[in-house]
Design a protein around this ligand. Structure first.
Ligand SMILES: [Zn+2]
Ligand SMILES: [Zn+2]
Length: 508
């Protein structure tokens, strides 16, 4: 049943840009052997144990908290090509080898920064590859010492054919593991394995889709774990789409309960979910408060819709803020994060997770700008970003003033007259959300289905303005010193704290 992507154990994740550089170095067309080193951050999937969530909200009926062993990932941070004749030279036992200096320089950086070390070379062939006996013997001679120098942080090797990869990872003690796959993340997703894998035949109900994406595409959807942060108007549409497409696993995060004014926009919401009859303005305040207190959580409405669409989908619905550390941890082993929450803190967090854990994200929203009582603009926007590429911070979309306002308590905000109830009272209509959600899911489908055109850029940021009918595409910029997508965070995985809210009641 489980395809390569589902196997636990170890895998490697690399961005599209890094992959292009590595592939060009290993396969310049001379049919010869070349070498490189990858320095990698580490993401262990058992981190942020999912049971934490179950403990906090035991009362939600039928919610399925997934144990979440998606395997451990080596996140490629640096690709260091070995220069032929200087760093990569004739070997005494094998054909070629990395020089002792090149190895020493790289293992020193790894030891300093807590990174895993992977030596890389290539063989001939296309869709199948394995280490030679000479390769394995050299690992056994060299890696115990390297592991020691690296303070027990994994070291190992990858060997590539032009469309395949195998790995031998040394984990410390007596433990060694192969890699299940290497994934290239970004607009054009690609997965390499040691040998070709057969795709399971898709369920016949997906017949019309498999005519586009094939059985393999349908299997990728079934193996995908998708997070949606914010289950209001836009998030509820996203959630329904991915469930109907056959996505295997959903993580739904939103602390809010449904309000009667959400009913025109939230897919699947019923009048009784909002307890509208208790919350009518003519009711006593006490009765209205009761209605507010017992209205349904938005995540549970989305989960109900998703389950109606798919009997096999696994859902983790979390009616809490994504800013809580154990909730944020749920994002770190997802395959894609959709951000449909209109908060700068959530934007900063998802943006950081995306670049730190090499998980693509799409931020979506709709906005109606009003000035002096006049509507000045109406638009919906979808921004798909690839790790290491355009980031919300670099493009001015996480304003510092907004972070400050959101970080103050609601009481303080009221006192300072920032009545920030955008979510409830901002102008909004279901169609704007649907346009943004459709574009976001289309981009993701083209990516996982391998249908993105070769020369498409790594990111896709597009807004639609119905008053003029304009569709505007924006090429995001990247600031190399950015604290969120730059070297201080990029691909560091578990080796860096996420910008979550400080745990309350924990003075340490
Ligand atoms: Zn070899
Ligand atoms: Zn950035």
């Amino acid at each position: 049943m489980a395809g390569a992507a589902m196997s636990s154990g170890w895998s490697v994740t690399i961005t599209g840009e890094q992959w292009a550089a590595l592939h060009a170095h290993l396969f310049p067309g001379d049919e010869d052997e070349h070498g490189a080193v990858l320095r990698c951050g580490i993401a262990r999937s058992e981190r942020g144990n999912r049971l934490l969530v179950r403990d906090v909200i035991p009362a939600i009926d039928g919610t399925d908290y997934v144990a979440g062993d998606r395997g451990n990932r080596l996140l490629v941070r640096d690709v260091i090509p070995a220069i032929d004749g200087t760093d990569y030279v004739a070997g005494d036992r094998g054909y070629r080898k990395l020089t002792a200096e090149f190895v020493a320089d790289n293992i020193d950086v790894c030891a300093d920064e807590g990174l895993a070390y992977l030596a890389v070379h290539n063989h001939g062939g296309h869709d199948k590859v394995a280490f030679s006996g000479t390769d394995m013997a050299s690992h056994e001679r060299g890696y115990p010492a390297l592991l020691d120098i690296n303070g027990g942080v994994p070291v190992g090797a990858l060997v590539f054919a032009s469309g395949a990869v195998a790995g031998d990872i040394w984990l410390g003690g007596e433990e060694r593991a192969p890699i299940a796959h290497l994934r290239v993340v970004g607009r054009s997703r690609l997965e390499l394995t040691p040998a070709p894998t057969a795709a399971a035949v898709a369920d016949p109900r997906f017949d019309r889709q498999t005519r586009i994406f094939g059985d393999r595409g349908q299997q990728i959807l079934a193996n995908s774990k998708v997070a949606i942060v914010g289950l209001g108007g836009a998030g509820s549409v996203l959630s329904e789409y991915v469930a109907r497409l056959g996505v295997g696993e959903l993580v739904l995060i939103d602390p809010d309960r449904i309000d009667p004014t959400n009913l025109p926009r939230v897919v699947g919401a019923r009048r009784r979910d909002a307890l509208a009859w208790l919350r009518h303005p003519t009711r006593l305040a006490l009765i209205r408060a009761l209605g507010e207190r017992f209205a349904a959580f938005k995540v549970n409405i989305a989960a109900r819709v998703a389950r109606q669409a798919s009997s096999t989908i696994r859902i983790t619905s979390v009616p809490r803020s994504v800013m809580e550390p154990d909730v944020a941890a749920l994002l770190t082993d997802c395959d894609h994060i959709f951000l449909a929450a209109d908060s700068a803190l959530a934007r900063r967090l998802v943006n950081s997770v995306s670049h730190q854990y090499l998980i693509p994200n799409t931020q979506i929203g709709a906005k109606v700008s009003v000035k002096d009582g006049e509507i000045t603009d109406i638009f919906s926007v979808s921004r798909m970003s690839s790790p290491g590429s355009g980031c919300l911070q670099c493009n001015g979309l996480i304003p510092a003033w907004k972070l400050t306002v959101e970080a103050t308590s609601p009481e303080q905000r009221k006192r300072q007259q920032y009545i920030d109830d955008d979510d409830v009272h901002a102008p909004s209509v279901i169609t704007l959300n649907a346009v943004a959600a459709s574009r976001a899911i289309d981009d993701w489908l083209m990516s996982v289905g391998g249908l993105v055109e070769r020369d498409a850029s790594a990111d896709h940021w597009v807004s639609y303005h119905p008053r003029t009918g304009e569709v505007v595409e924006i090429e995001p910029v990247k600031d190399d010193g950015c604290l969120q997508c730059g070297p201080t965070r990029f691909a560091l995985g578990d080796g860096k704290e996420l910008p979550v809210a400080p745990a309350s009641g924990n003075g340490g």
